[in-house]
Write a protein that binds this ligand. Structure first.
Ligand SMILES: [Zn+2]
Ligand SMILES: [Zn+2]
Length: 257
């Protein structure tokens, strides 16, 4: 059974934009109070362009940032320009759920001379781990995962179905607990098993598949594959630990969840 959430892969290139996709960005839509609620999860480099192929930027209701690496948040700078300097006039702030310090970080990224304007154009709210929070029709819960900066995996439920997004993470039991019974597990696989991978950074397809199997998830969607990586090898890694539904996502793909 699927609920009423619609997931659009806006960007799925790992670590930097690739020739076929922006960096990380996922749009989740669901009906809410007679309209469609649009939550953008991550807004990595290049994603703001891709988003405009799918929706009007002014229709975004909220943003959720898994962590403050450029490939997950840097297009917030462009989104700020859109919202502040639009010919129709500046838009009212929308909530941006993010790790602590996001406003300062993104203001610095935007550049000198603008003060902290980005913090006035968005309503930054710090993630609180393990505390379910209501964002429109979605119940959203985050747990900190294993990455060089503070990073969260994000669980989104509309009451009928559940999506778990790994964000960026090395192997962690946190993820194993989070994905239990999830309908869709959107998991990064930046590394391949054949390489000598550094710890506490990213997952391989085999590790993603193993979490999917332990959690008995409905569907496994693999994302965050860098442009320099052989996608066929990632798929072989996944299939070494997971026999269920799996796809390596591509920009523009849509899934009912
Ligand atoms: Zn990343
Ligand atoms: Zn990262």
């Amino acid at each position: 059974m699927t609920g009423r959430m619609k997931l659009t892969i806006v960007g799925c290139a790992g670590s930097f934009p690739g020739p076929d996709s922006p960096a990380s960005c996922y749009l989740i839509e669901a009906p809410y109070e007679g309209e469609t609620f649009r939550l953008v999860i991550d807004l990595g480099n290049g994603a703001l362009g891709g988003l405009q192929r799918v929706i009007e930027l002014r229709d975004i209701n909220a943003v959720a940032l898994s962590h403050l690496h450029a490939d997950h948040c840097l297009d917030m700078c462009g989104f700020y320009v859109f919202r502040k300097y639009h010919p129709d006039g500046a838009f009212e702030p929308i909530p941006v759920f993010a790790p602590a310090g996001a406003g300062t970080y993104l203001s610095t990224a935007y550049g000198e001379g603008d003060g902290f304007g980005i913090t006035e154009q968005f309503d930054f709210r710090e993630w609180i781990e393990a505390e379910p929070l209501q964002i429109g029709p979605f119940t959203v819960t985050v747990f900190q995962v294993d990455h060089p900066v503070v990073a969260f995996a994000i669980k989104v439920s509309d009451g009928a179905s559940t999506l778990v997004y790994s964000g960026d993470t090395g192997p962690t039991e946190v993820l194993a607990r989070m994905v239990e019974g999830a309908d869709v597990f959107l998991c990064e696989a930046s590394f391949v098993e054949s390489a000598d991978n550094p710890p506490n950074l990213h997952l391989t397809g085999a590790e993603a598949g193993a979490y999917a199997a332990r959690g008995d998830v409905g569907r496994l969607l693999i994302t965050h594959i860098p442009a320099w990586t052989d996608r066929g090898e990632v798929m072989r890694d996944v299939k070494s630990t997971w026999g269920g539904f799996v796809e390596l996502v591509t920009a523009g793909s849509v899934y009912d969840i």
